[in-house]
Every structure is written in structure tokens, then in C-alpha cells.
Write a protein that binds this ligand. Structure first.
Ligand SMILES: [Ca+2]
Ligand SMILES: [Ca+2]
Ligand SMILES: [Ca+2]
Ligand SMILES: [Ca+2]
Length: 379
């Protein structure tokens, strides 16, 4: 049996005999590298990234032990909405960042060597998400209001547009209308007022449309959205009846029975849309001597109302009014009364007694004339 002591170079070998003997020899010793170093990384990494990005950073780690291969794994993500991954070379990627979901994340990553025993370290990655204008603004309905067609320019607020932005607090919104013929909109508040005169119901129709638009702030590009505004135009009594024709003439015999209509009725039309505002009623304003004529309020038919007498009134000029309840128009109606030979002549006196000679023969003249004895007149 030998014991070995490293007493010198070369080592001394001694046996166990009573009289110990020794010899020297050479021993080669290899020193193995123990895994006595943990991976070395920047322990806290701060990164700012614009949203919609997927690449985050590349971790910079090393290990002092020779021949070490490092591996990376995600320990935790707070908040956990970006499903990060880290490659074998320390490249950290995420699902697309969205500022509107989370404005920052803390990702803890374990970096581990392949020594025995394994050693590891933890990297804390503080990721701040920068807001971009990546969402269209949204207008809030309903997109309709009502205006009277007779309304004029005023500060009356007919509509207040509202919209929202999903992007950050700096995403200021501004409003506009595609057509500002009738209405103005306050860019900042979305308040809609009448600019001049409301749309004319008879010209524009029952509804008028314009696009309501909202635009956000550019970062890097402005975004906008539009909706069609439907504005109901309410009919008002703003159209006056019009006679057509504007003047009338007629002839009526003096013996025409009362109740008989003249051949031509007056006619006026009213352009308002609603029957409440376009229904015309007729009346005789003046010129109706003796109230000899009447007019049908609904049809405009003019009739003889009293017995006419050419010798008393031979013509009339009626002034006829058409009214829609608010607005009026007038027309003239000239009526000529024609004379009719109505009565037998009347003799005065109605009888006369005369004497004649009894010797007269048939065919002999009677010795007086009627004209000398009677007078007559037409009535
Ligand atoms: Ca936006
Ligand atoms: Ca955004
Ligand atoms: Ca009218
Ligand atoms: Ca009208």
C-alpha cells in the first residue's frame, strides 16, 4: 500500500514497510471549471414603444463560465395582455401593443445557464406603450332633428353633435358639416345653428340631408368619421293663394233664376304642401250691389242670389278674395247683365168705349185710331 503526499515536484511515493521506502513519480491533475457564475444581465430594462409594434428589445446577457449557453423564459407579465415571448438569443417580442388596452407592462424574464447546478437571474423589463392615433373617432346618434321652414338665422341650438375618441387624451375632436347652405356647426362644440333661413319645405322637400363629420388630431395621421344627418323640414303656411286666371268676366241675363251659377267659377291655388295650409276659401269682398251674387266658399262658383234687373244694375265688378286662413289674394269678376223683353206692353187706359155708325160695312175703317185713344209702355 502506498500513500501519496504532494511534497514536491515530482511527488514522493512512500510504501508501508517497516523500513519505509520511497520513490518519486509524475501525476497530471486537470482542474474542471465549476459553474460558479450566474448569468449577468442588466437587471432592469426600460423600454418605450409605440403601440401597434411587436418588437420590444434584445436582452444583453453574458456568463463568465466558459462554454455556457443561456436560455430565456417568461416568468410573468403584468398586465398580461400582450403574450410576450423571448427567443434563444434574448429577442423579446409581443403581440401588437395597444395603448388603449394597457399603457404599460412589466415583464419578468428568467435567464438561465446550462451549468451544473444551473444558475439564473431575473430581468425586469418595464415596457411603456406610446399612444398613436390608431382609432377613428365615433359619432353618437341619433342623427336627426327638426326645423320649421319659416325659421330664420338665430342662436337657437338645433342639435349638439357628440363624438368620442378611443385614443389618448390629446386626441382633440373637431366637427364639420358637408353642406353649410342652411346650418353652421361650431367646430369645437358640435352645436348646430341656423345660418340663414331654414330650407323651404316646398322647394327642398320634407327632409334635408347633410353629412356630419368629426376629425381627430393627427398622430401621425388625422382620422375622421361621417354620418348623414336627416333634418325634417316642417311645413308652414308661407305660400299665398294665387288666382288663375287673375281676372274674370261673365254675362248673365237679368231673368236668370236665383241659385243659377255663372259659367265660370274662380280658381286659386296654394303651393303649400299641407292641406291645412293650402285649402282655399272664397268670399266676395266688395262690388256685390244688393248682394245680388253669392260665391261658394269651397268651389269658387259664383251664383245669382237675388233677382236681377238690368234697368236697376246692368253690371257688377265683384272683388273676390281667396284665403288660406292666413294669406289672402284678390281677383276681379266683371259681370254684365243683359236685358230681356220680359213683359207685355200695358195699355192706358185698359178699356175705351167708342160709338160707330151702324151703316159701316165690314172692311170699312173705324173712324178713330188706337194710338190716339191709348198709351202703352213696356215694363
Ligand atoms: Ca383617434
Ligand atoms: Ca391609440
Ligand atoms: Ca298657404
Ligand atoms: Ca309651406
Amino acid at each position: 500500500m502506498f500513500t501519496t503526499r504532494l511534497i514536491s515536484d515530482p511527488p514522493l511515493f512512500t510504501d508501508g514497510g517497516a523500513s519505509a521506502r520511497s520513490a518519486t513519480g509524475t501525476v497530471a491533475i486537470t482542474v474542471d471549471d465549476a459553474n460558479d457564475n450566474s448569468p449577468l444581465c442588466t437587471s432592469v430594462v426600460n423600454v418605450d414603444k409605440d403601440e401597434d409594434q411587436t418588437s420590444v428589445t434584445t436582452l444583453s446577457c453574458s456568463d463568465s463560465d466558459a462554454g455556457t449557453t443561456l436560455s430565456y423564459s417568461i416568468i410573468s407579465t403584468t398586465p398580461n395582455s400582450i403574450t410576450p415571448s423571448v427567443s434563444s438569443s434574448g429577442v423579446v417580442t409581443v403581440a401588437a401593443l395597444d395603448y388603449e388596452t394597457d399603457t404599460s407592462h412589466v415583464i419578468k424574464i428568467k435567464v438561465e445557464d446550462d451549468g451544473v447546478p444551473q444558475k439564473s437571474t431575473t430581468v425586469t423589463l418595464n415596457l411603456v406603450v406610446n399612444d398613436l392615433n390608431d382609432n377613428d373617432p365615433t359619432l353618437t346618434g341619433p342623427f336627426t332633428f327638426t326645423v320649421l321652414e319659416t325659421a330664420g338665422a338665430s342662436n337657437t341650438v338645433y342639435y349638439s353633435a357628440t363624438a368620442s375618441s378611443e385614443d389618448g387624451p390629446d386626441d382633440a375632436l373637431s366637427f364639420s358639416l358637408s353642406d353649410t347652405t342652411y346650418f353652421d356647426i361650431a367646430t369645437g362644440t358640435g352645436v348646430i345653428t341656423l345660418k340663414t333661413q331654414a330650407p323651404d319645405r316646398e322647394t327642398v322637400g320634407s327632409t334635408y340631408t347633410t353629412d356630419l363629420c368629426v376629425e381627430d388630431s393627427a398622430n401621425p395621421t388625422a382620422r375622421s368619421a361621417c354620418q348623414t344627418m336627416t333634418i325634417t323640414v316642417t311645413d308652414q303656411n308661407d305660400v299665398t293663394p294665387v288666382f288663375n286666371p287673375a281676372a274674370y268676366t261673365g254675362t248673365v241675363a237679368e231673368n236668370t233664376a236665383t241659385g243659377t251659377a255663372l259659367s265660370t267659377a274662380v280658381t286659386a291655388t296654394d303651393g303649400d304642401v299641407s292641406s291645412a295650409f293650402n285649402t282655399v276659401q272664397y268670399s266676395i269682398l266688395s262690388g256685390n250691389t244688393g248682394n245680388d251674387f253669392s260665391i261658394h266658399t269651397g268651389t269658387g262658383e259664383v251664383s245669382v242670389a237675388e233677382a236681377l234687373d238690368f234697368s236697376v244694375t246692368s253690371n257688377y265688378t265683384l272683388v273676390i278674395q281667396a284665403s288660406d286662413g292666413t294669406n289672402t289674394a284678390t281677383a276681379s269678376y266683371y259681370i254684365q247683365v243683359t236685358s230681356v223683353n220680359l213683359n207685355d206692353p200695358v195699355f192706358t187706359p185698359t178699356s175705351e168705349t167708342v160709338s160707330i155708325n151702324e151703316d159701316l160695312n165690314i172692311g170699312d175703317p173705324v173712324p178713330y185710331t188706337v194710338s190716339e185713344r191709348f198709351q202703352y209702355k213696356n215694363t
